[in-house]
Every structure is written in structure tokens, then in C-alpha cells.
Write a protein that binds this ligand. Sequence first.
Ligand code: FE2
Length: 348
Amino acid sequence: MTERLIKDLRPEDVLGEDVYKGNALALKKGKVLTKEWIDKLHRWGIEKVEVHQNGRTSEQKQEGKQLSEQELKRLFLENVIGLGNEYRFGFALNDQSRYEWLENLFCSIMKEPKVKALMDKLEDWDPYTYQHSFDVFILGALLAYESDFPNVRETAVGCLLHDVGKLKVPQEILWKNGALNGQEMGIVQSHTIHGYELLKEFKFSESIAAMALDHHERLNGRGYPRALASGDIGESARLIGVVDIYSALSLERPYRNAVCSHKALRIIVNEESVDMKYVKLLCETLEIFPTGARVELSDDRIATIVKIDDKLPTFPLLKEEHSSKVFYVPMNRRLRIRRMLVREQTEK
Ligand SMILES: [Fe+2]
């Protein structure tokens, strides 16, 4: 490998390292550079990158190439690390058996050639959407499991491929730095329909394709593309709707900073148009709760979360109900938050 100034790069050079813009993964190691990518690196103010000396290497990822179990596990780990798990996943991946369950599920799903081929295309087309899709897979699969969904694997595949329709959205719109105009917004929103059609074309089941179609539908009837009424939105689409917002808010983008996990959850808790049972489950799975939340502790006491350090979202400051006692969740986790108490939700 050799270090090269951006101005000396040429199309077909292969990146030897992941490239970050701020904390956001912008381009993955192994990427074959095009003129557009080189221009982008220049615009992002990056001065130099590592590249492979001889251009394409034999080990380099080939689109659609099947990977061994070991290579898939490595990919899983790299993807998890890329998501900044310590702040965003809370305690969700701390349990070894849970981690291995997710790892095995990912490996087994990625062994389906059509899944691998679509994910490779997505990674090349838009690294952020690839990263976001993996994130939604992790959280969506965990929530589907915790909710006793009849077919967790199917929901997990739908989570991984929910945004695959972005392949049909031009990159200049996906990467636009600034507000989209009405026409561009319409094109972005059409990723739901394109995703559905693409997944049907690849012979995925109706319920997997429906997750791509319906993940932006909302319980107040103001979602898209069909503005479905709440009664017509399935459980998988409701679940992914919650996880999708959390992921979108809390992942770093090249043009804006991430919202930290507990603040993202606070935004979602105040959102009337999503299914609160999945918001509650997401908080309980991460063991991150927003300020203002009423919670039940492992010793049966009820408390309200009054303050959270952005870097320690799993150890908030609590105020016990009907008392003036204020205390932190202890680091040794002798006392934990068992569940979040939420208001009844009425659906229109
Ligand atoms: Fe989407």
C-alpha cells in the first residue's frame, strides 16, 4: 500500500483504508475509485489516502462474490464497529449469545446470493445507505425477536433490504448537501416503490417486499407512498418505521452531525405517528431512555430520568417518584432500569 495525495489519484485506484468524513464512514476500504469519487474526496477537504500499489488486488471484493463463513463474520464485525456501537447500541450487543445470534443470522442471510448481490450494489452506490441498512438490520432483528414475531428471519431480511430502492435514486440527489426541492423529494420518496418492485423482481416474498414499500407509512395517515391508514400498516412496517428513524437520526452524515442516542429517542418518544410499543421496546433493548421518561427500576421503584450524559447514555441521573432522592444508575449495574412506562396510544 502507498499513501497518495488526492490530486495524484486516478480512476481505478483501490482504497487501502476506510475514509471518514468527521465520524461518518464515507468510503470503504477496497473501493475502486472513479473520477466522481476522487472529486468528492477533494471537495470533502481530504488531503491524502492509502491506496493499493497495483490498483485492483486479487483479495479485493468483487461484486456479488460469495464469502466464506469466516469472511462474513469479519464483515459483520467491521460493520458493527463502523456504527459506533458503544453509544448507539447501549447494552444491546453486550450479551455474547445475542451478538452471536445476530452474527449467525447475518451470515446465513448474506449467503443468499441475491441478498449479497443487492447489498454489494448498495454499498457501491451509497455507502451511507449500506451502513444504515445494516444498522436497521441489527436493531430490527433484535426487536422482532423480542416481539416474538412468527418469522424473525423474514423481518431481518426486510430490514437489511428496506432501502434497496435507493439504487434507483440518482447519487446527486442522495448526496445533495442542502434541502431537496419538491421534485427531488418525490424522487427520494419513490425509493419505497422501486424497492418493492426490485424485491419482487428478485423473487423475495411479498412480506419482505412490503417492508420496502411501507416503512415510511405513519400511523397518522401522513406517510408515503400510499398514506395508509394505521389499520393497514403491518407489524413489520411499524417496527422498521421506529428503527429507521432512530438510525437516520443517530448516524453521522457527511453534511450533519449525528443526534446522540438518548436525544434521538426523545424525538421518537414525542412522535405521535409511530407505534409506541416498538419505541418502548427499542429503549428497553438498548437500555437507553430519554430524559423525562418514567421508568420502573429493578427494585420496583418508579423514577423519572432527569439528566443524561451524551457519552454515558446507559447511566442516567434518576429522580425517585414521590421523593426528593436523586441518584445515578450505578456503573456496577446492581440497579437497572427494567422498563419504560408509556402513555396509552390512540390510533386514528
Ligand atoms: Fe427508506
